[in-house]
Design a protein around this ligand. Sequence first.
Ligand code: SF4
Length: 428
Amino acid sequence: MDTDLRSNGIYEQTQTGLYMLRVKVPGGVLAAGQVRTLCAVADQLADGHLHLTTRMSVELHGLRRDRLEHAVGRLGPAGLTSRGACGGTVRGVAVSTPAGPGRAPAVALARCIHARCTGNPAFEGLPKKFKVGVDAGYDGARHLIQDVGLVYAGSVGGQARWDVWLAGGLGRAPAEGLPYASALPEERVLPVIGAVVRVYREHVPPGKRLKHLVASVGREAFFSLVDGELPAPEPRPRPAEAAGPRPAGDRTRPVVVRVFAGDLSASRFSRLARIAERRCAGQLTLLPSQDVALHPESPAGRPALERELDAAGWAGQHGDGTVAMQVCPGARTCPKALAPTREVAGRVLDSLGPRGRAFSWAVCGCPNSCAQPQVTDAGVLCSGLVRDATGDRTPRFDLLRRDGTGLGRAVVERASLDELLEVIAAWD
Ligand code: SF4
């Protein structure tokens, strides 16, 4: 392992001398054996817990420096890697669609991009993180928040086609991705990603995302730069007026197991892996909601899978009626946090009526938007602190709603938590 910790997926935690190791899971698909490896490393070398991220990576916390090399070395034999999971690299390639006809090609493409970029110097040493996401359809808005967002556009002659969106991102100044090409043949996807990465490296200062370049030179000049980097320039298929929604379908409905704030112990994750071995062909799928999806081998196997989950301690935490809630680490571990996100998320959950429970949610501890509240149905974001009558600084929150197109926008601004919960409760 080289000394560049971030390129190896490692950050120093706020607690001095302890480190976080982030493992990429391209497409979010894990084999049960890989889960066992992650749990063993968590138990033996970290703090015995795992954290599931909104980009479907898995984090281990509390590693001592002298254990990092051993921990990283345990990943390779299991077909896992932390390479490029932090720092200025192409990060883990996300697939946000848990089911449907475009899911298999989306996972296959995610794995292909991961294989090309991971550990490849052409995709490392970038100004900042570079995010690629692949979706099976236009059900959500996650293609709008990627540096390169790819959306399945069907297949022609056995070759998948992809709509390509560029230069999206969240953070303090969210920018929606721009439609760059429509129904691009899959063989041209990797050259486009390579071209965008070269433009990013060449034209963006350190510490800035790709959206910074679009803001400075404009959309057409940015697209021309990318076109100019393509190895064999060809007229690219231009997007239709609206590269519009395509049917997502849902033929293999998974059972979604809720993992509050993405945190679970190694023993609980191991139990899910054992169930997946018996009932789900040995596979688990990580979701952007920080939950785990288990696909029964056949629709007839669903009741038995649900009974096993109940017996294993997940009763009431899976399936219909449970709420998708993404939560950033907040004040627990993040030095930028202005609010304790788990507590806020718990109070939001307690205040939800039937309408609110049907939404997907996200809670962020500061305007950096790490839990992506702009792409869930509703979101809560701590927008700042104000001094109250006693002189204490208390958090203020924005409430975001997504109306089905584009990114979610604030419908309430700088409210106290109690004011916000009143609004949420009144939605029913
Ligand atoms: S949204 Fe803010 S508080 Fe939450 S993890 Fe990101 S930087 Fe930290």
